[in-house]
Design a protein around this ligand. Structure first.
Ligand SMILES: [Fe+2]
Length: 239
């Protein structure tokens, strides 16, 4: 019998592990995304294990609600009517992230000059981004939740309308990574720094999948690139 993690798709194979899933302790976690044992579902022939009931996500939504966060401004929520209009509405922080991604895209195409210009822009926008007052994990969880509920469906619909298969693929990766981040954050909200003590944080430089462990996974579970594409997050605060 095999059980599938409804957050990341990891499969627990009882035959291979030589231990029944039911015998695992309740504290057992998905080795890939650290989701709780409770989010695993029995494998049903051929079905994509895509976020079943996702109890972790609703927990995050509840936390956001109790923190009083009901609405966060997003440029995509209303559906972009044109690329130009969408860009006007982006905040400095979003522009910084966008330029940083474009810099990476240029690097991949060996466009060093353009990459340097985008990095400069990203640094500029980051420097003028105002600090978020009362920033906390509940607010971050709410933003991730909003991406899952509104952002990705909006981008997916726009990509559908434009027949843009590349963007749709990026959406699939992005949604999975966001789902896993949401799960990891919920875990952090429960366990605090103990979750990250004596271990490392690795981020896939291709898709953004974030992994907590001593070494990066052999293959990224989202975009399937090898371990050397993972970057270790340096200089973490221990606060
Ligand atoms: Fe990846």
């Amino acid at each position: 019998m095999r059980y599938v993690c409804s957050v990341c798709g990891y499969i627990y194979d009882e035959g291979r592990e030589k231990q029944a899933f039911s015998e695992l302790p309740d504290s057992w976690r998905c080795p890939v995304c650290k989701a709780a044992k409770a989010v695993f579902v029995p494998e049903s022939g051929g079905n994509e294990p895509k976020a079943a009931a996702a109890p972790v996500r609703s927990e995050a939504a509840e936390a956001a609600k109790s923190a009083g966060i009901s609405q966060v401004e997003t440029p995509l929520a209303g559906g972009p009517s044109s690329a130009g209009e969408g860009l006007v509405k982006l905040s400095a922080g979003e522009l910084s992230a966008l330029c940083s991604n474009l810099a990476r895209g240029c690097e991949k195409q060996y466009r060093e000059h353009e990459a340097a210009l985008f990095r400069e822009l990203a640094d500029y926008f980051a420097a003028v981004t105002p600090a978020v007052p009362d920033a906390d994990t509940a607010g971050l969880a709410a933003l991730l939740q909003q991406d899952l509920e509104e952002g990705y469906p909006a981008v997916n619909a726009a990509a559908d309308a434009a027949g843009d298969r590349g963007t749709k693929r990026v959406c699939v990766w992005g949604e999975r990574v966001t789902n896993m981040l949401s799960s990891l954050l919920a875990q952090y909200q429960q366990e605090g720094e103990a979750l990250l003590a004596d271990t490392e944080i690795w981020v896939c430089t291709v898709c953004g999948f974030t992994y907590v462990g001593d070494n990066p996974p052999e293959l990224c579970p989202v975009c399937k690139v090898p371990a050397w594409k993972f970057e270790k997050m340096e200089g973490r605060d221990s606060a």
